[in-house]
Write a protein that binds this ligand. Structure first.
Ligand code: 5GP
Length: 123
């Protein structure tokens, strides 16, 4: 599937819509989720046009991959969840209910996050 340059995170990267920035470097931007599921809920995204983790894995440079993981660690420390515990997740594709087709890693914490995987959707 071709990257949709009109997705909401592409618009944030172009500065067309605002975000509450937490961290930025040459390859990565991190900002607070607009609908937080925990007291800390930050989205970490690559600046490159990657639709999903699968696309990123196949096509990103080693520098971009390293930067994304380092940004996750920076965000965890900046927000304090590195001390209290946190969860990272990246929804990829239909079964994971990925809503925005630009790779993003959720960093959530500052509450008890419960079990790892929610109930499946009803069939
Ligand atoms: P997904 O289900 O794709 O893994 O998660 C998409 C996330 O993006 C959701 O947690 C949603 O709240 C967040 N989101 C959607 N639109 C916006 C927006 O315009 N700004 C910000 N900061 N987050 C958004």
């Amino acid at each position: 599937m071709a990257y949709d340059s009109n997705n909401i995170f592409a618009k944030i990267l172009r500065g067309e819509i605002p975000c509450d920035k937490v961290f930025e470097d040459d390859h990565t931007l991190a900002f607070n989720d607009i609908n937080p599921q925990a007291p800390v809920h930050v989205l970490v995204i690559p600046k490159g046009a990657y639709e999903s983790m699968d696309d990123f894995h196949a096509n990103a440079s080693d520098a971009e991959i390293a930067a994304l993981i380092r940004a996750v660690g920076e965000v965890a420390r900046m927000t304090g969840v590195a001390e209290t515990g946190y969860r990272i997740l990246s929804n990829t594709g239909v079964d994971a209910h990925q809503e925005v087709p630009h790779l993003h890693i959720h960093v959530v914490g500052k509450r008890d996050l419960g079990g790892m995987i929610g109930r499946p959707r009803p069939s």
